[in-house]
Design a protein around this ligand. Structure first.
Ligand code: ADP
Ligand code: MG
Length: 397
C-alpha cells in the first residue's frame, strides 16, 4: 500500500491543515492525560521545520453538529503550548471568516487551533460544501489521526479529495506497524483474540483465520468455544446462542490450516471480586456453581510456546478478567513473555484495543511491544480487514 507522507510534500510557505486526534480526557476544566497531544509533536515539528504553517483540525466529544460550549477545543490550548513548545492561537470556528481571520493574524511559527469540527453537522455527514469550506483555509491536508480514519467525515475523508494530501508521522507509524503485522508479516503469525464476547469479535476472527497461523482464544470468548464443544462452563460469561457460530469458526480454521488454541486449564471462582477464592481446574471440569475468570498455567505455557515459535504477534483482548486480581495472571504472564521476546528482537508484536492497552500498560509490558495502537475502533476495523476511508483516500493518486 502506498500513501504519501510529509516527506513527499513541499511544505515551505504552505498552510498545512493537519487532522489530529486530541480528544483527550478532561476533568474539571483541565486535561488529565496529554498522551494524545504529545504524540502529534513529530508531525507538528516536521511541518514547522519544513517552513509550513500548522493549522490543527480536530473533533472533541460528541456535540452532534451543534455548538456545545463544554466541548470547545479551547480547553486543550494551554496543554498544546506546553507539550508542543510553540505558541498556539485559537479560532472560535473551524470555517468561514472567523477561521480565515485567525489564520491571517497568526504570528510566524505559531500554530492555529480551530474549534471542534463536530460543531458543524457537515462534519459527520461528510458534506462536500463543508469539506470545501475547510479546504479553503489551507494548501495541503495532512492526516495524523489514524484513530478517526475509520469514519468518513469531512475532516478525515472529504477534505482529502480537495487538497494534496499525506499521512502525518503518527499515522505513518501506525500504518507501517499494522501493515507489517498483518499484510506482509514474517511467519509464523500468532493472534491472540480475547476479551468478553465472541459476538463483538466475529469479523475479527473471520479475517484472522485467513491470515494467521495460530489464533489463541482467551477471555470470556473462550468460554463460548468450550461450551460449544460440550463442556459445562457453569456460571461463566458465555454466549450459549453462539455455539453453532463457534463450531463454524473452528471448522473453517481447520479447512484453512489455522490452529485454534483454546485453554486446557482455567481459573474458576464463585465470586467476581478482587481476591476471590479460586482454583485451577481442567477446562472441561468447571464446577456448575463456578465461573471461569482466567486461563490456567498450562494454557499460558502453551501460549508462550506458540509465541516462541512465532515471528509476529497481533493481540486484541485480555485472556481473563484482568481488572480484578488475581485474574490478571494469564494476561500478564503471556504479555511479559511477548515483551521479552520483542525486546530480544525475536518477535514483532502489535497490540490494540481499549482494555488490551490498559492491561498491557498496567503490567508494564506495553513499552517492550513493537507497537501498541491507541486507535481503538480504527485498530479493530483494520484487524477485521476493513478499508478505512481516511486511509484509503490517502492512497489514491
Ligand atoms: P478490548 O477493549 O481490548 O477490545 P474487550 O472489550 O473485548 O477488549 O474485552 C475486555 C473485557 O473482557 C474486560 O472487561 C475483561 O474483564 C473481560 N473478560 C475477559 N475474560 C473474562 C472472563 N473469563 N469472564 C468475564 N469477563 C472477562
Ligand atoms: Mg473493551
Amino acid at each position: 500500500m502506498a500513501w504519501k507522507t510529509l516527506d513527499d510534500m513541499d511544505l515551505a510557505g504552505k498552510v498545512v491543515l493537519t487532522r489530529v486526534d486530541i480528544n483527550v480526557p478532561v476533568d474539571d476544566g483541565a486535561v488529565t492525560d496529554a498522551t494524545r497531544i504529545t504524540r502529534i509533536k513529530p508531525t507538528v515539528d516536521a511541518i514547522i521545520a519544513a517552513g509550513g504553517t500548522v493549522v490543527l483540525l480536530a473533533h472533541f466529544g460528541r456535540p452532534k453538529g451543534k455548538v456545545v460550549p463544554e466541548m470547545s477545543l479551547e480547553i486543550t490550548r494551554q496543554t498544546l503550548v506546553d507539550e508542543l513548545g510553540h505558541p498556539v492561537a485559537f479560532a472560535t470556528d473551524c470555517v468561514g471568516e472567523v477561521a480565515a481571520e485567525a489564520l491571517e493574524n497568526l504570528q510566524d511559527g505559531a500554530i492555529l487551533l480551530l474549534e471542534n469540527t463536530r460543531f458543524h453537522p457537515g462534519e459527520e455527514a461528510n458534506d462536500p460544501d463543508f469539506a470545501k469550506q475547510l479546504a479553503a483555509l489551507g494548501d495541503i491536508f495532512c492526516n495524523d489521526a489514524f484513530s478517526a480514519a475509520h469514519r468518513a467525515h469531512a475532516s478525515t475523508e472529504g477534505i482529502a479529495h480537495l487538497l494534496p494530501s499525506c499521512a502525518g508521522r503518527l499515522m505513518e507509524a501506525e500504518l507501517k506497524a499494522l501493515d507489517k503485522a498483518l499484510s506482509t508479516p514474517d511467519r509464523p503469525v500468532v493472534a491472540v483474540v480475547g476479551g468478553a464476547k465472541v459476538s463483538t469479535k466475529l469479523d475479527l476472527l473471520t479475517n484472522l483465520i485467513e491470515k494467521v497461523d495460530t489464533i489463541v482464544i482467551g477471555g470470556g470468548m473462550a468460554n463460548t468455544f468450550l461450551a460449544a464443544q460440550g463442556h459445562d462452563v457453569g456460571k461463566s460469561l458465555c454466549e450459549h446462542d453462539l455455539a453453532e457460530t463457534a463450531r463454524a469458526v473452528i471448522a473453517k480454521a481447520k479447512d484453512l490450516g489455522c490452529e485454534i488454541l483454546l485453554p486446557t486449564d482455567v481459573v474458576v471462582a464463585r465470586e467476581f471480586k478482587a481476591g476471590a477464592e479460586n482454583e485451577v481446574v481442567p477446562a472441561d471440569q468447571c464446577p456448575s456453581d463456578a465461573m471461569i475468570l482466567d486461563a490456567g498455567p498450562d494454557a499460558v505455557a502453551a501460549i508462550v510456546e506458540r509465541f516462541r515459535k512465532a515471528r509476529t504477534l497481533v493481540w486484541n483482548g485480555p485472556l481473563g478478567a484482568f481488572e480484578i486480581a488475581p485474574f490478571n495472571k494469564a494476561t500478564d504472564a503471556a504479555a511479559a513473555a511477548a515483551a521479552e521476546l520483542s525486546r530480544g528482537g525475536k518477535l514483532i508484536s502489535v497490540a490494540g484495543g481499549g482494555d488490551t492497552v490498559a492491561a498491557l500498560n498496567g503490567s508494564g509490558a506495553a513499552k517492550d511491544f513493537t507497537y501498541v495502537s491507541t486507535a481503538g475502533g480504527a485498530f479493530l476495523e483494520w484487524m477485521e480487514g476493513k478499508t478505512l476511508p481516511g486511509v484509503a483516500v490517502l492512497t489514491q493518486g
